[in-house]
Write a protein that binds this ligand. Sequence first.
Ligand code: BJW
Ligand code: ZN
Length: 271
Amino acid sequence: MSSPSSDMKAFRELVHQCKSLVVLTGAGVSAESGVPTFRGAGGYWRRWNATDLATPGAFHENPSLVWEFYHYRREVMASKHPNPAHIAIAECEKRFKRSGRKVTVITQNIDGLHKRAGSNRILELHGNLFKTRCLKCGDVAVNVDSPICEALQGRGAPDPGTESALIPEEQLPRCKVGGCGGLVRPHVVWFGECLESSILEEVDQELKNCDLCMLVGTSSVVYPAAGFAPALAARGVPVAEFNMETTWATNQLGFHFHGPAGENVPEALKP
Ligand code: BJW
Ligand code: ZN
């Protein structure tokens, strides 16, 4: 396929004409808010790669360590704010709604920043950092407690030399449903786990109906999300990638805008 265009004027023309815009986002959309991405220099916590701790095996082996990691990220995230990319996407949704058009955010991020920016139509593919799921009764609950439990207070420091806390399981976050008290885990999707089927059905619907797509700040290596934009492009839907780098998907897409999402996304969505 020929290399993608970087003609912003032509892309903005498509935005003005489109009826249903899907914005697929990854960690790069939050990078300018100060949230580390997964792959690359920022993706380490202590001596672990973040993706090594995002597995059911890691939690099974050492729930204390994995909870320290997530506790750290919850505390960091609570101090971060949406950046101009999140805000431009949320404002575009409101503007589109007034003329009977729609914007849907399909995000791999668990940081909740799209919602905090004011987006309403959001599908969170990989869950949410501020939700827990009970391993005993399955209850899913919103949880913004800080710290999430007493034993994690002051724990989770990211420096490579930090000693692990080795918190006994009964002192880790527990289910608040009356009488349950089971161990809870972060309500996020780890490698090898299935994405929620109801969300995948909604995603299918949105992808089927959309007539324009923006792919923002993702390395496009993690499936199933990595397949969404190339599948749209193969169907003839125009897709624009916004990234600091090219990815394996770039050459299958119609547009590529090189550079920080916080600059290029607002430019692309200017009223
Ligand atoms: C900027 C920027 C700026 C920076 N502006 N840009 C098919 C083929 C092969 C394997 C599989 C397959 N189907 C499924 C699999 C297995 C696996 C998988 O995909 N493995 C691959 C690694 C090969 N997938 C799964 O296991 C998924 N489950 C599943 O499919 O179940 C069924 C099944 C299972 C097994 C086999 C087959 C089927 C589940 C995936 C769950 C991913 N979970 C994580 C952790 C979530 C919780 C947490 O956060 O702790 O999700 S992993 C991590 O990666 C996280 C992210 O959402 C995800 C994607 O990362 P993302 O967002 O792309 O971030 P980065 O860091 O990679 O990239 C950032 C980008 O931003 C870069 O490109 C930068 O350049 C850019 N950037 N600053 C613009 N300012
Ligand atoms: Zn429970």
